[in-house]
Design a protein around this ligand. Structure first.
Ligand code: FAD
Ligand code: NAG
Ligand code: NAG
Ligand code: NAG
Ligand code: NAG
Ligand code: NAG
Ligand code: NAG
Ligand code: NAG
Ligand code: NAG
Ligand code: NAG
Ligand code: NAG
Ligand code: NAG
Length: 706
């Protein structure tokens, strides 16, 4: 029996999810051949130079890069497990649909509070809770924000020291640094009609960006139909022009068709490093400050965490910095439970105020989405899988994930009515500002983001909506629309003083009328593309929402009842001036704290018109460079560092005195590709054995688990 996880969330009822059970993959052979990351430990030292909170996408980048300086000791604390017992399901790209990790302990499984703009629904918010974080459980789409929106972020902080590091040029270089690009295989190129420009991609980084080894005719027809419906094609969305219709890269290692994520890219291939320790099952509860340090410049001296659900509180000392990488939900939550945040939130929760910082958890922006579905008689990935044929064990087939997208700007959506809408958006600010926050700084920040979105993004080339086509459902094809630059901003707060309690998540979906209009025009365009040749002949009839939904009012009612997250929340520790509710400055330092930074998807103050992995890898790379440069102020001496200088992590008895700092550069990438050199030489690459028993159960996700 097939269960359709995402359809449940999007269409029928969330309750179905509870029925989905873990699959029966059985991979002892795979297990035996798999490398075990050497820096994952059980015992840690008393203190470290750097303590990184969260071993997710960004956290493992920071851990790998900061420990390249053998004279710095580095610890990563991850609340989730190491994920080894789920490794097959993480590794197989298609299992994001067929054997999703959502119903397992690898998902925090948050819910929003009832959304007044969405028929009072509490929306499910999955997040990865495992080494690799959300990059271990997500839908593998890899694309980048555009130059225009990156520079709009930089403009918001241009008065701050360090702002130069957040221009498109430096961010583009940082994104490339994390990437190894491989073009699609022959056959897939033609069938999916893929174009690319290798010069816009990186070639030596730890994360693979490539394409599935298997595809479907409708993928190739997507861009042509989109073009016929008024959305232009793009040849190269990766060099700063992320708009138009195209087939995106996926985070897939094409040498063995496995998921490429922060653990496989930035942790597993590392040689043992005596100065680096990664501790899983370690939930950080609070940052501990030196009470003698001056107010306004508090020094973190340690981090409190628990490995047993709060029964025992452990601490580890911090000699240089705490770096928060808990993600858009986790990082503000740790600050709030540490007493750093808005006064009213902390007092109501009963958490003693350590330093007032009104912006913590504010400015939350998410991509909210809806989807149209057609039946089809043609084979879909979902139907081939459900038929129990040879595909279900074929690694090439199982590398298929949805990847065709389109980013659509205001002039395509609204034509010559775009400027009227802009005028009305600008006139509506005051109405929304009053409910945004009681803090004038946070409101000023909201205004700054709002003005940027209305004046700069709205009228520019950047997509306001993303469209995505997916076929992982048995007998159906879906086209979704997701709002990329929302005017509705929400918040992450807490309502308890117990740091293990979940935070209160309120994205305020569709509370701003412009968001309703933009998403509505987006989903209407999705339907039009489905009704346009050559795609329309692949589809039979629209079964959701169906022909009953035609007028704007009907679309709006239906949308409010059917929204779900595209999984891209951001901006809860926004980089903004302090008097605009900023949480970090342009050097990623938390205001008022001497030695705490944030470096994850919570930092960019505006949403991006893209899925958030590639930009978060770039942000974490850039953060690592800045932090290393700050602590290595003397002229960098390129040397083979000696392990004698790094004794602090030596309680990790498994670690030996190997270093991976390359001879030619002090910022060499952790090696992950089959062509890598120095550190890879210490690895024993084994071919992957595909002994996979695919679950009887099919948990499929919508247009994706995006
Ligand atoms: C279901 C899903 C599908 C997605 N699809 C895509 C996609 O196809 N393409 C794309 O580009 N993006 C996608 N995303 C978004 C992308 O995965 C995230 O934006 C990205 O992983 C954010 O990186 P991060 O480091 O900020 O957070 P995460 O990767 O979420 O890492 C945060 C880590 O911190 C840990 N943590 C949190 N709190 C604590 C604490 N108190 N103590 C210790 N550890 C803690 C968490 O367990 C987690 O491991 C998807 C996300 C989800 C959830
Ligand atoms: C949502 O809940 C609020 C408060 O309970 C109520 O006033 C409102 O009518 C509800 N809206 C819908 C669409 O049911
Ligand atoms: C950050 O900006 C400074 C000043 O422009 C520059 O010297 C430095 O190289 C930049 N660092 C990175 C990592 O881009
Ligand atoms: C706390 O700060 C005071 C004043 O700066 C300093 O003298 C002391 O050594 C610090 N204590 C710790 C544990 O770092
Ligand atoms: C596929 O296998 C599952 C589990 O064995 C079964 O429930 C299902 O009916 C099969 N489907 C087909 C089309 O044979
Ligand atoms: C929006 O997209 C259309 C189609 O590509 C393009 O013609 C137009 O110039 C774009 N608008 C802006 C402001 O770039
Ligand atoms: C606090 O918020 C959480 C998460 O939204 C919720 O489950 C819980 O019921 C709330 N508790 C109170 C007392 O409001
Ligand atoms: C809104 O919610 C109510 C109550 O849960 C439900 O009966 C109704 O069908 C929903 N409306 C839409 C448009 O989904
Ligand atoms: C804050 O404290 C740090 C570490 O003690 C010190 O280096 C820095 O100069 C202080 N900053 C200010 C503004 O006082
Ligand atoms: C630490 O090592 C780096 C090179 O990896 C070097 O640039 C820096 O000067 C060293 N710092 C100290 C204090 O020795
Ligand atoms: C190792 O430590 C010694 C002194 O403790 C220092 O002179 C040397 O520069 C350090 N080496 C590195 C690579 O940091
Ligand atoms: C896939 O190949 C990479 C080398 O490119 C290797 O590191 C990794 O362990 C392989 N994955 C599996 C599951 O064998």
């Amino acid at each position: 029996m097939r269960r359709d996880l995402f359809a449940a969330a999007a269409i029928i009822a969330v309750a179905e999810r509870a029925l989905a059970a873990p699959g029966a993959h059985n991979g002892p052979e795979t297990e035996a051949h798999r490398l075990s990351a050497r820096n994952i430990v059980d015992d840690i030292a008393d203190d470290y130079d750097f303590v990184i909170v969260g071993g997710g996408l960004a956290g493992l980048v920071l851990g790998a890069r900061l420990s390249e300086d053998a004279n710095h000791t580095v610890l990563v604390l991850e609340a989730g497990g190491n994920g080894d017992e789920f490794r097959d399901r993480i590794d197989i790209p298609g299992d994001a649909y067929y054997d999703s990790l959502w119903p397992t302990e690898l998902n925090w499984d948050f819910y929003t509070v009832p959304q007044t703009g969405a028929n009072n629904t509490s929306c499910e918010w999955p997040r990865g809770k495992v080494l690799g974080g959300s990059s271990a459980i997500n839908g593998l789409y890899m694309n980048r924000p555009g130059e225009h929106e990156l520079n709009a972020w930089q403009d918001l902080v241009s008065d701050l020291d360090g702002a130069d590091n957040w221009t498109w040029d430096s961010f583009y270089a940082a994104m490339k640094k994390s990437e190894t690009f491989t073009p699609p295989v022959d056959g897939v190129v033609q069938e999916a009609a893929i174009t690319w420009d290798a010069s816009s991609h990186g070639s030596k980084g730890p994360i693979h960006q490539s394409y599935p080894g298997y595809t479907f005719p409708y993928v190739g027809k997507w861009s042509t139909a989109a073009q016929a419906a008024g959305v232009p094609l793009t040849n190269d969305p990766y060099g700063g022009q992320n708009w138009g219709a195209y087939v995106a890269t996926s985070a897939i290692n094409p040498t063995n068709w496995t998921r490429s994520y922060s653990r496989s890219g930035y942790l597993d291939p590392l040689p043992p490093r005596a100065n680096y320790a990664v501790l899983a099952n370690a939930h950080v509860t609070r940052i501990l400050f030196n009470s003698s340090s001056p107010a306004g410049n508090l020094t973190a001296k340690g981090v409190e965490y628990t490995r047993d659900g709060g029964a025992t509180k452990l601490t580890v000392g911090v000699k240089k910095e705490v770096i928060l990488a808990g993600g858009t939900i986790g990082s503000p939550t740790v600050l709030l439970y540490s007493g750093i945040g808005p006064k009213d939130v902390l007092s109501a929760a009963g958490v003693p105020i350590v330093a007032e910082l009104p912006g913590v958890g504010q400015h939350l922006q998410d991509h909210v989405s809806v989807t149209v579905q057609w039946t089809t008689d043609n084979p879909t990935a979902g139907s081939l899988f459900a038929d129990n044929g040879t595909e279900t064990t074929d690694p090439v087939f199982l590398s298929y994930v949805n990847d065709a997208v389109a980013y659509v700007n205001a002039s395509v959506l609204f034509g010559n009515k775009a400027s009227d809408l802009k005028t009305s958006i600008l006139s509506q600010f005051d109405q929304f500002a009053t409910s945004a926050s009681s803090d004038t700084g946070v409101v000023a920040g909201y205004k700054a983001i709002y003005d940027t979105t209305a004046n700069d993004i709205f009228n520019g080339p950047t997509g306001l909506v993303e469209l995505l086509i997916g076929n992982n459902v048995d007998g159906a094809i879906r086209i979704g629309a997701a709002l990329q630059h929302p005017f509705s901003h929400g918040s992450i707060t807490i309502n308890s003083s117990n740091p293990l309690d979940y935070p209160v998540i309120d994205p305020k979906y569709l509370t701003h009328p412009a968001d309703v209009q933009i998403l509505r025009e987006g989903i209407k365009l999705a339907r039009r593309i489905g009704e346009t040749e050559p795609l329309s002949s692949e589809l039979k009839s629209e079964d959701y929402p169906g022909s009953d939904v035609q007028t704007d009012e009907e679309w709006e009612d239906w949308m409010r009842g059917g929204v779900f997250t595209e999984f891209h929340p951001s901006s809860t520790c926004s980089m903004l001036p302090l008097d605009q509710g900023g949480v970090v400055d342009a050097n990623l330092r938390v205001y008022g704290l001497a030695n705490v930074r944030v470096a994850d998807a919570s930092v960019p103050p505006i949403a991006f018109s893209a899925h958030l992995m590639a930009s978060t890898y770039g942000l974490a790379e850039q953060a690592s460079s800045l932090i290393r440069a700050y602590h290595n102020k003397k002229a960098p001496v390129v040397t083979h560092a000696s392990s004698k200088n790094s004794t602090d992590g030596s309680k990790n008895s498994k670690a030996t005195a190997t270093t991976s700092i390359s001879a030619s550069t002090s910022t060499s990438a952790p090696s992950s590709t089959s062509t890598s050199t120095s550190s890879a030489s210490s690895l024993n690459h084994q071919p992957w054995s595909f002994f996979i028993v695919v679950a009887a159960l099919m948990v499929s996700t919508l247009v994706s688990s995006i």
